[in-house]
Design a protein around this ligand. Sequence first.
Ligand SMILES: O=C(CO)COP(=O)(O)O
Length: 253
Amino acid sequence: MRKPIIAGNWKMNKTLEEALEFANSVKEKVPAAASVDSVIGAPALFLGQLVEAVEGTNVKISAQNAHFEESGAFTGETSLKALADLGVSYVIIGHSERREMFNETDESVNKKARAAFKQGLVPIVCCGETLDQREAGETNDFVAGQIKAALEGLTEEQVSNTVIAYEPIWAIGTGKSSSAQDANEVCAHIRETVRGLYSEKSADSVRIQYGGSVKPENIAEYMAESDIDGALVGGASLDAASYLALLEAVSNG
Ligand SMILES: O=C(CO)COP(=O)(O)O
């Protein structure tokens, strides 16, 4: 049985004061660690303060990106080693916004996934098709290709511990969510891909989230599906009450 994992992706939102206010208001109210993993993906600026704010609670902090090199001449970039040192637990990798706007490639996603494990962070690896690809019937092949590239060279154990976020690009921030059945079909295909590339064990263990216009009102539909183990949530994770409602819907479901 895979434990559900709900991760908020705040993207480029909130000031330090707003971030700490959010963390302080949710940290004692999130469901127990036994029922769901609660993650907040925050801007790099205040990850350290957030880690301190939620220490000892069932909230873990995620970065939204990082460089694959440990250190060096990479002006403006964030080191995974430094993130690990701060106590950051997860890192979102290959989000479609980064692929589209910041030249993220399958190759850099793979390097970042390997580097994350090297530093003891869990990568949340994003994949997902455009509307054109969906309409052309290319979704499964395209997403499987992204996943194959992202996981290349990882050990079976690392793959088992990876979190994959399936986020159809046309559903992100549009209010047009994928139907739960369609999302599950792609998530099941991703799991089959992992089974083919690695093993039964890693396919059974890898957690696959759906992302794209998930809200407290629709999250239960996704979580009821066989191959969806959680959600990566943008807009609906920005408000504390909404974030808690997402977690509660999952832990009761
Ligand atoms: O991109 C997303 C999460 O990473 C999804 O964003 P929305 O939940 O705002 O559609």
